[in-house]
Design a binder for this molecule. Sequence first.
Ligand SMILES: C[S@@+](CC[C@H](N)C(=O)[O-])C[C@H]1O[C@@H](n2cnc3c(N)ncnc32)[C@H](O)[C@@H]1O
Length: 480
Amino acid sequence: MEPLKQNLLKRGDEVVLRVDDAAFEGKTIGRYEGFVVFVEGAVPGDTVRVRILKSKKNYAEAKVVTVEQPSPHRVVPRCRHFGPCGGCKWQHVDYQVQLRFKQQHVVDAFERIGGFTNPNVLPIIGSEEVFFYRNKMEYSFSDKEWVEFLPDASPNFQPETLNSKLFLGLHVPQRYDKVLEITECHLQSGLSNEILNFTRSFARRENLPVYSSDADAGYLRFLVIRESKRTNELMVNLVTYEDRPEILKHFTAGLLAAVPEVTTVVNTINSKKAQIAFGDRERVYAGDGVINERLGNLLFTISASSFFQTNTHQAERLYTVAKSLAALKQTDIVWDLYSGTGSIALFVSDAVRQVIGVESVESAVQDANRNAQANHIENCTFILGDLKDRLTKDREWIASHPRPDVMIIDPPRSGMHPKVVEEILEIAPERIVYLSCNPATQARDVKSLAVRYDVLALQPVDMFPHTYHIENVAKLTLRS
Ligand SMILES: C[S@@+](CC[C@H](N)C(=O)[O-])C[C@H]1O[C@@H](n2cnc3c(N)ncnc32)[C@H](O)[C@@H]1O
């Protein structure tokens, strides 16, 4: 093995290095005199001057100061906020190259964390829409603005140095007190940008106070825009600290005049300190308080508080992949673990005998049952419970439900609890399809399952162009 290079770098040093590869969370890797440096804001293939931010025994972290020799993979970012806004870290990288990095990320996770040799990673499924693909955006109000110039910021980027006490935009990474003012975002739609800018102007004109968690006082908290991609329904949800109907009525009238495409206006009232866009109460000021979205043949009714996959088109492709990898038969019993609002269970229900979903959030289980009913699906049951307890402690529950032929598993980023993995090995369904938004924890869990299962295929799907996020589906079959 090559001996580790000695760290010659100190915090604040500026050095020139070539960046060779993509790393985790949108960072890149370069080497200085053989020593590993993780670089923020570069593209593999760049030669950059960097400033060292952190220096450790085995690696350093740095930020780009100037690009000395640009990578051939660079493209001009479309968005004027690119750079300071952390939303699209890879908008300056050619999309096909982004896909290559994401594919490699899955390979690396399964080789390094999973310990698999030459894992069968199928070619990544890219997104046809690389802009305007999101059906939900959540903007934050703040009385503090984030202003920063980064070398990768688009030449058009002009931070507004307004003498204002109200800003509306996105939090920059790791700064939850300040927002970067956003006047155009290329992830949702032009209408969404119109709503964003109308709302900011309205709030400034009316001199509305922003909620501050330090003072635990104020009014405006979040603006959430949900836009169905299939039915053209458009929800605007203003999340506030207090219930002030006179302001909301005035806002709604102005908004509907400015953006008549809006189909429903909701006010979520959250009088708690926690900075989340959910709340205690919901009031509807226009329309019926929901939007409808299609996935395949299914229609989902989405309220202001419902979870729904944010990229409709790619969610449909992801579920189609999962369904096909599960090789379903009409006689199959399927357990959908971490079933959320039931979208996967409902999507596969027409191909099997029965689906049982297990999910720990009560409102998600309610949404799942409602979605089943609305789509006249009778072979899906959704059960509330923490999987760790359901599968490991609740023998009665296990005994009273039919054993699964197939498990479809879609856990949160942290993956599965080791006890849940153990119990899956005990129950031993013939086929497992494991979806994950975090290949690292997925590779860890699949490594544990591999004591009894063969890993037949891994299929990455890109749900979020211009970000470093990647969804991956693994197909496992029980060894006989
Ligand atoms: C990635 S989401 C799955 C979403 C789901 N496939 C859908 O389409 O709605 C993970 C889900 O796991 C649920 N969850 C997290 N920890 C859990 C646990 N210990 N037991 C059961 N469900 C859990 C979360 O509430 C969330 O709905």
